[in-house]
Write a protein that binds this ligand. Structure first.
Ligand code: KIV
Length: 263
């Protein structure tokens, strides 16, 4: 049976953590879902881990459509989320709808878009027209030149308050989930407690409703710089399937992320 938004929301209501991993092709879609991963994210991190770029900015809508189709073909259980790449949704809600609908047609069940309160109108437009949205705040890699580097966000009073306000505004605008990247664990916990939609953390501590990692990071095969929040689950594992199952188990039992993986 296919995992739907309702399945994930029920898990959230029962305080059962769900797991997310990035996925870009059919074979991994089947490996990941058969090892217990509930959500497959076709991340624009493909720019880094598949294309060898130093940012996600060159990933195109056609790249995303192609990889979403591959993942959808290889999956018959997981919930499928696809990133909207840079430049395909920021101009207007209408632009976002036109492009998001292509990802949904390719097999995504939800799209993810980066940005705080400025994205509220777009999220409202999409969700009112049948496209579920995960909002992504904190470190938003598509704004890397504006942020000046891959740094922890929300570590001072003002930026922490802004992130809390953004989370509430995005929830109110209709966001179905909230992803928080590289923010202090205490702040992520506070935000998770004040919203009524599932939070997904990456470098945001153990108190989020779900966790996500980039597949190539958790398999220890990405050659670039590794962040503090990454754990290589291949260490001590007998196979990729075993490593992924260990990740799922560690998230569900609250063993990952541990203090060493948080800010
Ligand atoms: O593109 C991606 O892989 C992501 C994760 C970092 C959450 O957005």
């Amino acid at each position: 049976m296919r995992i739907t938004q309702n399945t994930l929301f029920k898990m959230y209501e029962n305080s059962e953590k769900f797991t997310v991993l990035t996925c870009y092709d059919a074979i991994f879609a089947s490996i990941l879902e058969n090892s217990g991963v509930e959500v497959l994210l076709i991340g624009d991190s493909m720019g880094n881990v598949l294309h060898g770029e130093s940012t996600t900015l060159s990933v195109t809508l056609n790249d995303m459509i192609y990889h979403t189709r591959c993942v959808a073909r290889g999956s018959n259980k997981a919930f499928i989320m696809a990133d909207m790449p840079f430049g395909t949704y920021q101009a207007s809600p209408e632009q976002a709808f036109e492009n998001a609908s292509k990802l949904i047609a390719a097999g995504a069940h939800m799209v993810k878009i980066e940005g705080g309160h400025v994205m509220a109108e777009t999220i409202n437009f999409l969700t009112q027209r049948g496209i579920p949205v995960c909002a992504h705040i904190g470190l938003t890699p598509q704004s890397i030149h504006q942020l000046g580097g891959y740094k922890v966000q929300g570590s001072d009073k003002n930026t922490a308050r802004q992130l809390q306000q953004d989370a509430k505004i995005l929830e109110k605008s209709g966001a179905n989930m909230l992803l928080m990247e590289m923010i202090p664990a205490k702040l992520a916990k506070k935000i998770t407690q004040t919203i009524s939609i599932p939070s997904i953390g990456i470098g945001a501590g153990a108190d989020c409703s779900a966790q996500v990692l980039v597949l190539h990071d958790m398999l220890g095969i990405y050659q670039g710089k590794q962040s503090t929040f990454v754990k290589n689950f291949m260490v001590g594992a007998s196979s990729i399937q075993n490593a992924v199952a260990n990740y799922v188990q560690a998230v569900k039992t609250g063993k990952f992320p541990s203090k060493e993986h948080e800010f």
